[in-house]
Ligand binder design. Structure first.
Ligand code: FES
Ligand code: FES
Length: 292
């Protein structure tokens, strides 16, 4: 297998890579770096896999492994401590994290904005975020967070404000006082308090594991085989041939479903697996599940 040599978060690294691997796979699978997430690899749509290559933001899933040769790679894990702290505190304070999956990529992008002195320029930040998809927080609070991080950065590391920019609190309409979310240790103060995101700092820094980040010795992986055609007759799934392929442990098809194979919210009319002899209903219908 070919080898690549590069600098990763300040250390020299030499690692092997299989043909066709992209940089995100090398970082996550070979180097154990989990902060860059796989949201759409290798399509380059979501920005979850953003890293710094020679100081500039880049999408790890769009680069071939051999393009690592001689490069200086920095991930969220390797950012300067002050930058990590400023960004993480700002994202928690501004309520800019929901599921958090997109956030490490955005925080890495934000770090480059901090370094170039553009983090407080809302227009520049919005433009820089155009390559990032966030499916649940929405972008205004993320813009707020990067602006606030810029203030913290310019303020020598101290929180420049004790309230989030969007501090409207529904309880004020009922005569309740707002309690600030952040008290140094980022804890909340019981009923009526505005709670910071649970494990928000970990989310912001890419230290919160998602299912895709979990690993165990001898762990198997599952891949779903989906229909590529909206309407096609499944003549033969070929499970007998798949099971003979190197590493494959099991192949599940419609024949393995015990009981009712159909599901649906109102009418149970959708098969969890399309069986041989049946016709698919859409692109993405499940044909088989391969465990290897
Ligand atoms: S995983 Fe690279 S852009 Fe989505
Ligand atoms: S916080 Fe969930 S996708 Fe952005």
């Amino acid at each position: 297998m070919p080898k690549v040599n590069f600098t990763l978060n300040g250390s020299s690294v030499t690692t092997t890579c299989e043909a066709g691997m992209h940089v995100l796979e090398v970082l996550r699978d070979q180097c154990g770096i989990k902060s860059p997430k796989d949201g759409c690899a290798p399509q380059g749509y979501c920005g979850c896999c953003t890293i710094l290559v020679d100081g500039r933001p880049a999408l790890a899933c769009l680069r071939r492994a051999e393009q690592l040769e001689g490069r200086d790679i920095v991930t969220l894990e390797g950012l300067p401590r002050q930058q990590r702290q400023a960004l993480a505190r700002a994202f928690v304070q501004e309520g800019a994290i929901q599921c958090g999956y997109c956030i490490p990529g955005i925080v890495t992008r934000a770090a480059s904005l901090l370094s170039s002195g553009r983090a407080r320029n809302r227009k520049a930040v919005a433009k820089a975020l155009s390559g990032h998809l966030c499916r649940c927080t929405g972008y205004q609070r993320i813009l707020d967070a990067i602006q606030t991080a810029g203030e913290i950065w310019d303020n020598g590391g101290d929180l420049a404000r004790s309230e989030p920019r969007r501090s409207q609190f529904f309880g004020e309409d009922f005569g309740l006082g707002r309690k600030a979310a952040l008290h140094g240790g980022l804890h909340c103060d019981g009923v009526g308090a505005s709670s910071p995101k649970y494990r928000g700092l970990e989310h912001a820094l890419g230290e919160k594991d998602y299912v895709g980040d979990l690993a165990a010795a001898g762990m198997l992986h599952g891949a779903v085989v989906l229909s590529e055609h909206p309407r096609a007759k499944v003549v033969d799934i070929g499970a007998a041939a798949i099971i003979t392929m190197p590493g494959v442990q099991r192949v599940f098809t419609a024949e393995d479903v015990v009981g009712d194979r159909y599901t649906g919210l109102i009418v149970k009319d959708w098969p969890v697996f399309v069986a041989a002899g049946e016709t698919t209903r859409c692109v993405g219908d499940v044909i088989a599940l391969v465990v290897a």
